[in-house]
Design a protein around this ligand. Structure first.
Ligand code: RAM
Length: 923
């Protein structure tokens, strides 16, 4: 008897379901536990301004297929009231939602802390215990909550150059023991605050970089332990930073203003219940101190002899200090941070001292990193030690800084001459692997004279990727370090030269990879706010955000593939985190960008106008018969117009905007038709016969079905003919995906594994520890690319990371169930890999996908967190031969469906750890 495939599938499914039911234990199981409570992507956030914070938790259960059937949240302002008199409780809600449940109780109050806890019922109705309480605390929500005044130091300055960093201070008295105290603080320029001689918090580069003309972040600190009854003092040091330091291509200063200013408000609650609020006011004093020069690009000049010992402690003699000016509040919104703080994240020790042929003494940290070095030295007062920074040594082994262009990237420290001195700069950062040290007392610095301090936005690492290929593992390392180096409050293109701006195109192509490596939800929530604010009235999006390039001179925007960040990144965040609120918040901005393109394109729907970077830094050659890999900019612009319209239509559907969804879906179809008429022949040839053109047309779904295969074949042929990739920033993320999704997995693997220029592994073979801006930053002959644009720490080409996680290791988002509520595990072995595995800490818990091929024996390991499910595709498997653990797959606990689907077996599973094994058909 022959059964049709669908009948067979049903039978198998029925068998599996029966087996799952049979396997259900009859005795009581330990109930689920609730863990990892988070509010707005943070654990116990202090000082937020989200009026309906979203609450998330993870579940722990040893049971396969564990799901949440219901939950109950309760919120109170003190622990004792949680059970007895909660401020708000959801009651029991039948729901499998365990992330981003919005608070919907009484209006939240400024400065108030809210405790919350949650319990759940599993799929069988068994309750968990109440979780341990977590909390969030509101910041200052209304402008009227700020009673402090903005103050500026009254010190003489010449703002055409960098000035000594001003210091501001004030003594104050507290009437008794302190029960709790909060400091709310922001500034024009950067700030560091001290209370009674101790640094407040560990945030760096406060208040971060936002669209300063529209909004400034303020930060909240718990300073209870820094205060004492009686005499106290507070002090702040200000730095020029992004606000008024040397920033942008043209050597310009004062991009946002000429005066630094501070706003600080201290709210103290005494043990007896009284509260007092103190703030910056006219009684503060100002002076200057040891920081003589400080610029983000250029570095810092610090003279320790000018330190003012005890300046932030009570009783310091500030008689010689000047006053401050109380200034008008800047006309901008003060907002609490949505993203993680910038912090010191890790330390690196130098590997060796190098004496270069050019005579420099250089310490090698072994890793291209971002931050600075901590210097230790002893020596006579007045001795100046100079630290210069470089990413690479040149062919001759000399210290190479030409690619830093106009950034001096140099720190100078002058010793006070008092025993061991330790120095770290304050308002600058460098991108470097090598440090040239001069002036070190006694000659050569010992290795422990310097420590690399790695600094970036403190995003939790979430993803790991490992494989049997050591070079690809190094590539993954380089991608992660590219991310560490360029996620410093804003996503930057590079961290070392006189640039370091929020280039939109780079962020757009890298965001999916970024969301695998680290938790970037908060980081992009913050930055996308600035994307919307800096968007131009006509909907155009600037090249960089914050739009510092437009300061003082009108600069264009609206470049294809760059400005599309406004649509692509919100969609990417929705996919990775299921964040519909962010999608809704960004929706008007997304729509304005699409409408801008529509206006530009006009009735033809072909966008042929305006300035575009195009497929930036695509492969080029001077070989006489090189056909060129330049993709027409109008083709790119129309392709992205279609793609962003597609994503907008999908977003509208997700948000329940039915009319918009239909309208933009229809517009997408019309753009696609226009694209096909203009750029695609009936034989699937594109007018720009480039890898990028084919990759984008395939990846964005722009081709009619009739020519898809032809176009994919042409793409594969081009790769085979060239024997390498030729794509730039825009084509690169789509290239391997377009191949692997259209029947050319082998070609995609060949590209990934290519070790010669241009390729991903070429820099790895050259010893790279980060991703380079250019495929040939360091050329095969040992010389460098053009010093005018040659960063060795640029994440754009690292966009291949997404494909490594998804295709090589097989860990995929299900676009229909974003945020990993349902996971698609689909490893696709290829190349010379014998194993690969990826793990990802999602909002629900750890997801993992791994495979190993040993002889013909394939093992696939999968981890699915509680309250989620997965569809696993086992390549080259036949249903009868697949086992899970000790049983046939169809009978394994947690398996809800097992079926043959072409050359693969499809297995649907609930939560749990699974090990599938089978004899794989030869690929
Ligand atoms: C340079 C950098 C940056 C890119 C722009 C267009 O500044 O390469 O990454 O986005 O050009």
């Amino acid at each position: 008897m022959r059964l049709s495939t669908s009948v067979r599938r049903c039978l198998v499914a029925a068998v599996v379901l029966l087996a799952a039911a049979r396997g259900a234990p009859l005795h009581a199981q330990p109930a689920m536990q609730v863990t990892d409570l988070r509010t707005e992507y943070q654990t116990n956030p202090l000082g937020i301004d989200v009026l309906a914070p979203r609450l998330s938790w993870r579940l722990a259960s040893s049971e396969r297929g564990a799901v949440q059937g219901a939950y109950e949240i309760r919120v109170a302002t003190d622990a004792a009231s949680l059970a007895s008199r909660p401020l708000w409780t959801t009651g029991r809600v039948a729901s499998d939602s365990s992330v981003q449940r919005p608070y919907a109780g009484p209006a939240l109050r400024s400065g108030q802390r809210y405790l919350w806890q949650v319990r759940v019922w599993d799929g069988k109705g068994r309750p968990s215990a109440w979780s341990a309480p977590a909390w969030w605390e509101m910041g200052l929500l209304a402008p009227g909550d700020w009673t402090a005044r903005w103050i500026s130091p009254d010190v003489p300055e010449d703002t055409t150059k960098s000035n000594p960093s001003p210091m501001l201070r004030r003594d104050f008295t507290l009437a008794g023991p302190v029960a709790s105290a909060r400091l709310y603080v922001t500034s024009l320029g950067l700030h560091e605050v001290e209370l009674n001689g101790r640094r407040v918090g560990d945030r760096l580069f406060a208040p971060g970089w936002t669209s300063y003309d529209h909004r400034l972040q303020y930060f909240t600190y718990d300073v209870t332990d820094l205060l004492r009854p009686g005499a106290n003092a507070i002090g702040a040091t200000l730095g020029d930073g992004w606000y008024r330091g040397h920033f942008g291509f043209t050597g310009k200063r004062n991009n946002y203003g000429t005066r630094l200013a501070l706003l600080a408000q201290l709210v103290v609650r005494y043990a007896d219940g009284r509260t007092v609020t103190l703030g910056t006011d006219s009684a503060w004093k100002s002076s200057t101190g040891p920081i003589l020069v400080s610029d983000i690009y250029d570095g810092e000049r610090y003279d320790a002899r000018l330190e003012k010992r005890g300046w932030s402690a009570a009783g310091f003699a500030d008689g010689g200090w000047r006053g401050v000016r109380v200034t008008a509040a800047p006309n901008v919104a003060l907002v609490a941070p949505a993203g993680p703080p910038v912090r010191r994240i890790q330390e690196l020790r130098p590997l060796k001292v190098i004496h270069t042929p050019g005579g420099d003494t250089v310490l090698d940290l072994g890793q291209n990193m971002v931050g600075w070095v901590r210097l230790r030295a002893r020596g006579p007062s007045g001795t100046t030690i100079t630290l210069r920074h470089a990413e690479v040594l040149d062919k001759a082994g000399n210290f190479y800084t030409e690619n830093l262009r106009g950034a001096e990237a140099t720190n100078h420290y002058t010793l006070k001459g008092e025993g061991e001195e330790v120095f770290e700069p304050h308002f600058t950062f460098q991108g470097f692997r090598y440090v040239a040290v001069s002036g070190y007392p006694g000659g050569d610095p010992p290795l422990d004279a310097i420590t690399g301090i790695v600094v970036h936005s403190d995003m939790a690492p979430t993803g790991t990727f490992e494989s049997s290929n050591a070079l690809v593992n190094q590539l993954q390392h380089n991608i992660q370090w590219g991310q560490k180096g360029n996620f410093l409050d804003v996503p930057t293109d590079c961290p070392q030269r006189d640039e370091r701006m929020g280039w939109t195109g780079d962020a757009q192509v890298f965001a999916p990879t970024a969301a695998f490596n680290m938790d970037v939800a908060g980081f992009f929530t913050k930055w996308l706010g600035d994307v919307a604010l800096d968007q131009k009235p006509n909907g155009s999006v600037p090249f960089v955000v914050p739009d510092v390039l437009s300061k003082g001179q009108p600069t264009g925007g609206g470049a294809t593939g760059w400005a599309d960040v406004a649509v692509v990144v919100p969609w990417t965040m929705y996919q990775a985190y299921g964040d519909t609120r962010l999608l809704a918040r960004q929706y008007p901005s997304m729509q304005r960008w699409v409408e801008y393109m529509r206006a530009q394109a006009g009735d033809s729907l072909l966008w042929k106008s305006g300035f575009h970077f195009g497929d930036w830094l695509a492969f080029a050659s001077t070989s006489a018969d090189y056909p060129g890999a330049t993709t027409d900019k109008d083709l790119l612009a129309t392709a992205y117009f279609a793609h962003s319209t597609d994503l907008l239509a999908r977003s509208a559907a997700v948000l329940g905007k039915r009319d918009d969804a239909a309208r933009y879906r229809a517009l997408f179809e019309r753009i696609r038709a226009a694209f096909d008429r203009e750029y695609v022949t009936s034989r699937g040839r594109l007018s720009s016969n480039t890898q990028t053109a084919y990759a984008l047309a395939l990846d964005f779904g722009l081709l009619p079905d009739s020519v898809r295969d032809d176009a994919a074949r042409r793409l594969a042929e081009d790769v085979r003919r060239m024997r390498h990739l030729t794509t730039g920033f825009l084509g690169t993320p789509a290239l391997t995906r377009a191949l692997s999704e259209n029947g050319y997995l082998d070609v995609a693997y060949a590209l990934l594994l290519n070790e010669s220029y241009p390729s991903w592994l070429y820099p790895v073979k050259q010893g790279a520890t980060t991703i380079w801006e250019r495929w040939d930053g360091l050329k095969p002959d040992g010389t460098f690319q053009d010093k005018g644009m040659n960063s060795f720490n640029h994440y754009a080409y690292g966009a291949i990371g997404d494909w490594m996680y998804r295709v090589v290791a097989g860990l995929n988002i299900d676009p229909e169930h974003p945020g990993y509520k349902h996971v698609i595990v689909r490893p696709r072995p290829g190349g010379n890999f014998t194993w690969a595995r990826a793990a990802l800490k999602t909002q629900y818990g750890d997801v993992a996908s791994g495979w190993k091929l040993d002889g013909g024996r394939m093992t696939v390991t999968v981890r699915v967190p509680p309250n989620t499910s997965a569809t696993v595709w086992l390549p080259g498997a036949t249903l009868a031969s697949v086992s899970e653990g000790a049983s046939p797959v169809a009978r394994a606990a947690g398996v809800t469906l097992a079926t043959q689907d072409g050359a693969a077996v499809r297995v649907d599973v609930g939560a749990g750890d699974y090990t599938f094994a089978y004899d794989a058909a030869r690929r």
